[in-house]
Design a protein around this ligand. Sequence first.
Ligand SMILES: [Zn+2]
Ligand SMILES: [Zn+2]
Length: 220
Amino acid sequence: MPLKIDFHVHTYYSYDSFIAPSELVEYAKKCGLDGVAVTDHDRIDGALKIAKKYSGKNGLLIIPGVEITSRNGHILALNIQKPIPPCLSVQETLELIHAQNGIAVAAHPNAIYHGQLEKRMLSRFDAIEVINASTFPFKFAAYINRKIAISFNLAQLAGTDAHYAPEIGYAYTLVNAEPNVGDIMEAIRKRETEAYGKPIPVKIRLEKVILDLKRKISKG
Ligand SMILES: [Zn+2]
Ligand SMILES: [Zn+2]
């Protein structure tokens, strides 16, 4: 049985997410996920804490990761332990991820079609997020991303990019691996992954927009 994994979730360690670690675990289990990569914006400390506290308990694996703000778009780093600074070039960011033996993923790479993420860098990634449940227009992005994955021989991953717990579950990756982080990373290296998912429904997106507004108002 392949594992079902969401490779892109933000917790409240990201300035813009509402998801508490306990909620992340609760919703992931409810959706039948075997694992979740915690990928907060430009910080690894929360993901490491959550992995230490929850990974392997109740049958859920937590993969520590980061969504790095490079100078040319967002890059997911999976299975890393040390922080990587933001605002570096794509090349420098990829070198730092690989120096930690991490996996580098082009996140919701519509930046590519705007010409931001240079095409010549793509072959240096390990994977591309072909499905991101928060992306709009969803189908078009998934179509283009699949084409890129095939032409650059990248593993195809899916993630929700959830910032609000009910968004979890709308995208997942099937991974042919044993249930441990090392084996999952190996399966990505072997390109043994399949991306699935659908866009997050409008109702849930609206609920999140309202929460965002409330937070902005309360902060004045
Ligand atoms: Zn992003
Ligand atoms: Zn994100």
